[in-house]
Design a protein around this ligand. Sequence first.
Ligand SMILES: Nc1ncnc2c1ncn2[C@@H]1O[C@H](COP(=O)(O)OP(=O)(O)OP(=O)(O)O)[C@@H](O)[C@H]1O
Ligand SMILES: [Mg+2]
Length: 476
Amino acid sequence: MANLLLRHVYKIYHGVGKAKKNAKGEAKKRSGDFVAVKDFNMEINDGEFIVFVGPSGCGKSTTLRMIAGLEEISGGELYIDGRLVNDVDAKDRDIAMVFQSYALYPHLSAYDNIAFGLKMRKIPVPKVDKDGKEVIAIDEKKIAKIEKDLKKLYKQRDALVKDVARCEEKDLAYYTEKQALNERHIADTEKDLEYYKSTPVQLYDYVHMTKKEIDEKVNWAAEILGIEELLDSKPSEMSGGQRQRIALGRAMVRGPKVFLLDEPLSNLDAKLRTAMRAEIVKLHNQLKTTFIYVTHDQIEAMTMGTRIVVMKLGVIQQIDTPTNLFDYPENKFVAGFIGTPQMNFFDVDIKRVGDKLNVKFVDGQTVDFALSELRTIEAKYLDGKVHSVCLGVRGENIKIGNSGIQAELTIKEVLGNTTQLFVRLTEKGNDIIVSVPERNDLIPGDKVHIEFAPKFIHLFDKETELSIMSREYGNK
Ligand SMILES: Nc1ncnc2c1ncn2[C@@H]1O[C@H](COP(=O)(O)OP(=O)(O)OP(=O)(O)O)[C@@H](O)[C@H]1O
Ligand SMILES: [Mg+2]
């Protein structure tokens, strides 16, 4: 169990900018820096199920790998349980990671795959003297380890002094930030050294787990995951879902403080994915450990996360609960990313007229909404002047009515539980998806009227694409 704090975390890949072309059109060597994760700030509480979601390449895996210690943090700070761990080795972070490719040993049985890490690992047991009394003394081994770490940090400090002296101006901020971090590390480590040199502590022996202890752990995980019958099988004899369970088991037996899962279900077919999705949520409820789960599937994110981080191009767009993301997207990207079918967007002109908001669509049609029925709009857009904004509304919040905006039906899709109607305001306009629960006799080419439920209307600034509405109702 653990809480995590990410403060101004950056990941910069050096020398990977866009390949430039020379006069002959041949690609030259790549140059420049690429910011894969930009100023990531978040506090994750003990026991939360956090989901990172966003399109391919938005920096989800990179962030996860930085937390795991598999990727160096270029800037910022990562704390686990209040301790700065930027420079702590992956193996010392007490974190288990499960990947999309299960990374199982093909020649080992399921049992041995799960037990592998346990066999390699030594666990601490309190040291006792010949009378069976626990030994409390100055821990020389610990002191030697801290001194070694400190030597490494001093070396890093010297190297950074040189980096700062000869780096280009644009990199100066980056190196001075690293310097500050290095100094904090040194201060923390020196404090630790002082403590251990002056304070007798309980000494530990590090021993391998016994066969029985390993057996108990493997059986515990196998029982929770329902894979007892598979323990003698080799990965090649198992289905994707079974292999994924073995990979989960291997992470579980380590008893990590944090579980990191990077698209663990993307190799499974749709049905199995849904089943495993529920199992992972159940597993989280049982273990009550902090989970961070990466996916680019918004349905997976919505159904699994207690909080979701939506990312785009290395930047956090919104951190919120699933329902808040759906109901109150803070920008147009989140609005479009969360929810199926995608939210419909319209470029409109809005103008306040008394207690109404007049909305004018590109084809000239206008509709009035009572301001009291809309979520509160930022005052500057309600000054009685015309403002060009983007209006968003989900398909299920539009209905086919007798009055309202005129449109033409272009396609009708009967999905069984709902019917999707694609309509257009103008011949050249975009298709708008209207999702209705009932079936109907409409056919493509029919002229229809559409009405938006005012309660569920979203408005975004055209330039910044940020929402201009608050979560409450009641415009003044
Ligand atoms: N080792 C690397 N060197 C250079 N660039 C990298 C490296 N690893 C990742 N990147 C770049 O960093 C960006 C973020 O990558 P990342 O793997 O975190 O994306 P992701 O959100 O996990 O995407 P996906 O959904 O495809 O897994 C991408 O543009 C990627 O090309
Ligand atoms: Mg990834």
